[in-house]
Ligand binder design. Structure first.
Ligand code: ADP
Ligand code: SF4
Ligand code: MG
Length: 328
C-alpha cells in the first residue's frame, strides 16, 4: 500500500486521564497520568509507545478503549468520534487488548478452550457448538497452538504459550485494532522475539492495526511504523520508527537510545551518549515547565517556567523541547 492511500484508523487529540488521589481528610489532588496526548495510527500499521514504567502508557491504552473514561480530549475510530454509549460499544466490537502479564490475566482454572471461547460467548459470535469449536481451533492455530492444547488448563503452560492463549482470546472478537500492553515484557528474552514475530505475522494475515506498548524501545523497533515516546504523562517525541531510532531529537529519547548498542559506526559517532541521573519524579509532584527538566542535561531557566509545545519540526516528526534546534 502506498503511504498516500493509508488512512488513520485511530485519531487521538489532547487525550487526558487524571486520577483523583486522596491526599488527606477530604482533600484530593489530580494525578495527571496522561496529559494532552495526541497521535494517530494508520490502518494496518503499528504505533510503538515507549517510556519508563509509570509514564502513562497503560493509561493511554486503556483510555483509548474507554476502559477508563477520558478526563478530556477527543478520540475518533475510523472517522467516527467516540462519545456516546453506542460509540463505545461500537469501539469495543472493533478493538481489544492484550495484557502484560500472562500469569495473572488468564484464569488458571479454565481450559484453553473456555478462555478463548468466553469472548465468543459474550458477543454471541456463533450459531451452534460446532461453529464455536471450529472458531476456537482456528484462533489457536493462528497463534501456533494445536487442538491437543484445547482441553488443558492455563496453569499447565509456559509464559510464552500463555501469552499465545491471551492473544488468541483477544483475537476472538475479530478485532481490527489490538492494544498490546507490554505483551512480551514478562517473558524470557529468548522467547520475546518469537512472540513479536507472531504479532508481525498476524498483522500481515489479518490486516490488524496495533498500538504496541513497551518500556524498551528495542522491543518495538522492528514491529513499529511510528514510535511515540512518553515521559510523565506527556508525549515528548513522535516520528517514523527509523527516523526516531537513527535521529532522536528529544533529550529523553536520546537517553533511551544511548543505552542501545549501535552497529553502524557513523550513526554511533553522531549519537551523543546521555546517561540520565535521578529517578522519574512522581506525577503527583511533576516539575513546573518541561516535565523532563529535572533530569535534562540541557535544561535552562525557560524550561522551568514554560511548558514546551509538542511541535512538528520536520514532516511527521513531533518534539516537545524548547531547545530542539540548538541541541541537534
Ligand atoms: N487506576 C489508577 N488510579 C490511580 N493512579 C493510577 C491508576 N492507574 C495508573 N495510575 C498512575 O498513573 C501513572 C501512569 O501509570 P501507567 O499508565 O500504569 O504507566 P505505565 O504503563 O507507563 O507504567 C502512574 O503514576 C500510576 O501510579
Ligand atoms: S525543554 Fe528544556 S528541559 Fe525540556 S527537554 Fe528541552 S532542553 Fe530539556
Ligand atoms: Mg503499563
Amino acid at each position: 500500500m502506498s503511504k498516500n492511500s493509508v488512512k488513520p484508523l485511530v485519531e487521538v487529540e489532547n487525550l487526558k486521564k487524571h486520577f483523583d488521589i486522596n491526599t488527606g481528610f477530604l482533600s484530593t489532588k489530580p494525578l495527571k497520568a496522561v496529559d494532552d496526548v495526541s497521535f494517530s495510527i494508520n490502518k494496518g500499521e503499528t504505533l510503538g509507545l515507549v517510556g519508563e514504567s509509570g509514564c502513562g502508557k497503560t493509561t493511554v491504552g486503556r483510555t483509548l478503549l474507554h476502559l477508563y473514561k477520558p478526563t478530556g480530549g477527543r478520540i475518533w475510530y475510523d472517522g467516527r468520534e467516540i462519545r456516546t454509549k453506542e460509540d463505545i460499544s461500537y469501539l469495543r466490537r472493533k478493538a481489544s487488548m492484550v495484557f502484560q502479564d500472562p500469569y495473572s490475566s488468564l484464569n488458571p482454572r479454565m481450559t484453553v478452550s473456555d478462555i478463548i471461547g468466553e469472548p465468543l460467548d459474550v458477543q454471541k459470535k456463533y450459531t451452534n457448538k460446532n461453529e464455536r469449536r471450529d472458531r476456537i481451533l482456528e484462533l489457536m492455530n493462528y497463534v501456533g497452538l494445536n487442538s491437543e492444547h484445547a482441553s488443558r488448563y492455563a496453569h499447565e503452560f509456559s509464559g510464552g504459550q500463555r501469552q499465545r492463549i491471551g492473544i488468541a482470546r483477544a483475537l476472538a472478537v475479530d478485532p481490527e485494532l489490538l492494544v498490546c500492553d507490554e505483551p512480551v515484557s514478562a517473558l524470557d528474552v529468548s522467547i520475546q522475539a518469537q512472540v513479536i514475530n507472531m504479532f508481525v505475522e498476524l498483522q500481515e494475515k489479518l490486516g490488524l492495526t496495533y498500538l504496541f506498548i513497551a518500556h524498551d524501545i528495542l522491543v518495538v523497533r522492528h514491529i513499529s511504523d511510528s514510535i511515540a515516546v512518553m515521559y510523565l504523562g506527556k508525549m515528548v517525541e513522535l516520528s517514523d520508527a527509523d527516523e526516531i531510532y537513527n535521529r532522536p531529537l528529544h533529550p529523553y529519547s536520546k537517553s533511551l537510545l544511548s543505552a542501545v548498542p549501535i552497529p553502524d559506526p557513523k550513526t554511533a559517532r553522531e549519537r551523543k551518549r546521555i546517561v540520565l541521573s535521578g529517578d522519574i519524579p512522581s506525577p503527583l509532584n511533576a516539575p513546573s515547565g518541561c516535565p523532563f527538566r529535572t533530569r535534562c542535561p540541557y535544561a535552562t531557566e525557560e524550561c522551568a517556567t514554560s511548558m514546551p509545545q509538542f511541535e512538528e519540526v520536520s514532516k511527521g516528526h513531533y518534539v516537545a523541547c524548547h531547545r530542539v534546534n540548538e541541541i541537534n
